[in-house]
Design a protein around this ligand. Structure first.
Ligand code: CP
Length: 319
């Protein structure tokens, strides 16, 4: 295993991806097999944004390894953070990231951070500015709990789920489809799913309405198809996700309900399993009939978040 990786923020290599998937599946069989590995160590889980799965699964993963997790909901319980270096702090922000991250770094052995994009400051978002400030100033290994542009623990859980489900020798046909939504949603899950799926050597088709092209840093090698019905034909896995426009940054260009996945949409994909990271807007992004039917893998994905986090924390404890 690559012993030099200090942080877990992105897809690194197929080799490491396979190692983490293998380790996660071992933890799934026996979650407490390394229950002393993190004894005496603490992980600080810092949330600048809401969460259900990431918050709980990361804590459970740490507890399975004997670590003590402490959660700080910075958006609700912490001081308002100033992220910009050199700022004259005479407005709403109370504490500079330089000070806060250094303090947190001194309290914990590992840090895990969630920092969503602004969806208004494109240049800052695409360079993962807020997340990068934690990396710069904490001095400790950091796990991404979702940054402006990536959600690697979700993507690892998704790869674990596909590995568990797909037993055939051939490569699966994987489709990432845009879905309607009423709010402007970040690109992180879609970016990361593309990055990991392509990086792990799968073929990926991405389908979306015109104007919803993702950042090409994440989609190189994917087939882009604006005809959803064509893209879905014979799919093995259909990953459903909304994202706002990247080119017309952060804007909602379409809410076309015909993009919501139904059994009818999958009439030419009889074996397709359907994935979504949750939370999902039922009957907007995805129909009840899909979510409550045999195709849905959403609960398996959510459960695998524990073992994805456990494999990553365990890996960083070895580094
Ligand atoms: N999928 C996911 O990250 O869920 P939460 O936002 O609830 O953590």
């Amino acid at each position: 295993m690559n012993s030099k990786l200090k942080h877990f923020t992105r897809f690194e290599s197929k080799e490491l991806g396979e190692q983490l998937i293998h380790s996660a599946l071992e933890y799934k069989l026996d979650p407490k097999k390394d229950h002393q590995k993190g004894a005496g160590k603490r992980i600080g889980c810092i949330f600048l944004n809401p969460s259900l799965r990431t918050r709980v699964s990361t804590q459970l993963a740490a507890l399975n390894l004997g670590m003590e997790p402490i959660v700080l909901n910075m958006d609700k319980e912490g001081w308002a953070l100033e992220m910009r270096d050199g700022a004259v702090m005479n407005k709403g922000t109370v504490e500079h990231i330089k000070d806060a991250a250094a303090v947190l770094g001194s309290y914990f052995d590992l840090l895990a951070i969630r920092a969503f994009p602004t969806l208004t400051h494109r240049d800052e978002d695409i360079n993962d500015f807020a997340f990068g400030q934690f990396l710069k100033y904490s001095g400790k290994p950091i796990i991404s709990l979702e940054s402006a542009i990536r959600h690697p623990l979700q993507s690892l859980a998704d790869q674990i789920t596909m590995k568990e489900i797909f037993a055939e020798k051939r490569k699966p046909k994987v489709v990432l489809t845009w879905a309607p939504h009423i709010k402007a949603i970040p690109h992180a899950v879609a970016n990361s799913f593309a990055e990991w799926t392509l990086g792990m050597g799968h073929e990926l088709t991405i389908t979306h309405p015109e104007g919803y092209e993702l950042d090409q840093r994440f989609t190189k090698g994917a087939t882009i198809e604006t005809n959803q019905a064509k893209a879905l034909e014979e799919a093995d896995f259909v990953y459903v996700k909304n994202w706002s426009s990247f080119n017309d940054y952060g804007k909602i260009l379409s809410t076309d309900p015909s993009w919501m996945l139904t059994e009818d949409s999958l009439s030419h994909a009889p074996k397709a399993k359907v994935m979504h990271c949750l939370p999902v807007r039922r009957n907007v992004e995805l129909s009840d009939e899909i979510l409550d039917g045999n195709r849905s893998l959403v609960q398996t994905q959510a459960q695998n978040r524990i073992f994805a986090a456990q494999s990553v924390i365990s890996y960083l404890l070895d580094s």
